[in-house]
Design a protein around this ligand. Structure first.
Ligand SMILES: C[S@@+](CC[C@H](N)C(=O)[O-])C[C@H]1O[C@@H](n2cnc3c(N)ncnc32)[C@H](O)[C@@H]1O
Length: 198
């Protein structure tokens, strides 16, 4: 997501209901492929088209489960060959399930009166401060990580990197930059999240 007018951009891409892989997806997939090992069990959370999950399955021979709130995204990920589960965040999954959780969340700060109310909004809008979906993710991801498990979270300078790091620390997660890329309007960062005390 690097365009300032993303709802319009999404429409122009001809994919009205499912986020199509972009620079953020590529950065997350690259960072994940460099870390995940064969036979790791991976959750591609907010899978969209299934792009990140497919890349990881191909590059690492990992076992991937894709999930999304958006039923159109689940269908697309399923058609791309991934096991897909429709659920809000990680609520459908058991404790201690995954070696890795990967998430490229909606993170664009969007004032309430600019919300536009469709599946593409769910893919892009992070509410007023950009962290409306990031914060519940940080609060819930630790539960589904297997012992030794970690998460990779894509964030943007638009989302408030320090606020995300602070929230992660409060939820018992150490953060380290796994990858980053600078664009004219934002810096994209992949944060590696490791539960403390494990
Ligand atoms: C920026 S898109 C990323 C799509 C894909 N992972 C990629 O990188 O191309 C964010 C995705 O998160 C999904 N999403 C938003 N809120 C969610 C929630 N509470 N639970 C699960 N998925 C959610 C959206 O439907 C959307 O598919």
């Amino acid at each position: 997501m690097t365009d300032g007018d993303r709802p319009r951009l999404a429409g122009l891409r001809g994919e009205p209901d499912v986020y199509r892989a972009a620079e953020d997806s590529h950065l997350l997939a690259k960072a994940a492929a460099a870390r995940i090992e064969s036979d790791d069990l991976v959750l591609d959370l907010g899978t969209g088209s299934g792009y990140v999950g497919r890349k990881v399955a191909e590059a690492c021979s990992a076992r991937v489960v894709a999930s999304d709130l958006n039923p159109h995204a689940c269908r697309q990920a399923h058609n791309a060959g991934l096991a897909a589960v429709r659920t809000d965040m990680v609520s459908a999954f058991r404790d201690d399930s995954f070696d890795w959780v990967l998430f490229n969340p909606p993170y664009l700060p969007t004032p309430e009166d600019r919300e536009w109310g469709d599946w593409m909004e769910q893919a892009l809008s992070g509410g007023e401060d950009g962290r409306a979906v990031v914060n519940p993710f940080l609060a819930s991801v630790r539960r589904v990580l297997a012992p030794g498990g970690r998460a990779l979270l894509l964030v943007s300078s638009l989302t408030g990197l320090d606020a995300v790091r602070n929230m992660a620390r409060n939820e018992g997660l150490m953060t380290a930059e796994a990858a980053e890329e600078q664009f004219p309007s934002e810096r994209l960062v992949v944060l590696e999240l490791t539960p403390t005390g494990t």
